[in-house]
Every structure is written in C-alpha cells, then in structure tokens.
Design a protein around this ligand. Structure first.
Ligand code: SF4
Ligand code: SF4
Length: 88
C-alpha cells in the first residue's frame, strides 16, 4: 500500500531525497507522496525509507491505497523499465 504524509509533517525535507521513486514533493503546506509512484520502497529496500528518516513519524501507510506486494513490484517495474529490482 502506498504511503502518505500526515498533517504532522514539519516540512523538514528529509524524506524527499530518500525516495528513489521520486514520489515525494513539497506541497503547499506539507510534503506529499504521489501514490502512483510509491511502492512502499519495494524494488529498492526492505523497508520504507521516508518513514525511517521522518523525525515526527508523519509517513504512514495509506489505507486508501491498498496494494499487494506483487502489485507494488509491478508498479516499480513500470516506473523503472528494464531494471532489475534490488528486493522482491
Ligand atoms: S515508502 Fe519509499 S517509495 Fe514510498 S514515498 Fe516513501 S520512500 Fe518513496
Ligand atoms: S521527513 Fe517527515 S517531517 Fe520531514 S518533510 Fe518528510 S514527512 Fe515532513
């Protein structure tokens, strides 16, 4: 399931460079995650990097975007055509 950023976000910017899918951008008031690009870090890492670096735990799973690991891996493959995922 894609991650989302809650209102707790203090716009520190730490998460943005951690996302290898470029799913995180600065929004008007808080940072935002594009669910069409978030793979829960599947394809790159064993755990979600944005959640690991966020000082206020504002990056959380988004129940509105429930997806299986297989679906997340398919999303990763579409985002990175021709590349081999580092994790599955
Ligand atoms: S969970 Fe991973 S892919 Fe999703 S927004 Fe966070 S860093 Fe990016
Ligand atoms: S690391 Fe957390 S507080 Fe900082 S911009 Fe990202 S979501 Fe917001």
């Amino acid at each position: 399931m894609a991650y989302k950023i809650t209102e707790e976000c203090i716009s520190c910017g730490a998460c943005e460079p951690e996302c290898k899918n470029q799913a995180i951008k600065e929004g008007e008031t808080i940072y935002v995650i594009d669910p069409s690009k978030c793979t829960e870090c599947i394809g790159w890492f064993a755990s979600p990097k944005c959640a690991e670096v966020c000082p206020v735990d504002a990056c959380i799973p988004d129940p509105a975007h429930k997806e299986t690991k297989e679906q997340l891996l398919e999303k990763w493959k579409k985002l990175h055509p021709g590349q081999t995922p580092a994790t599955t």
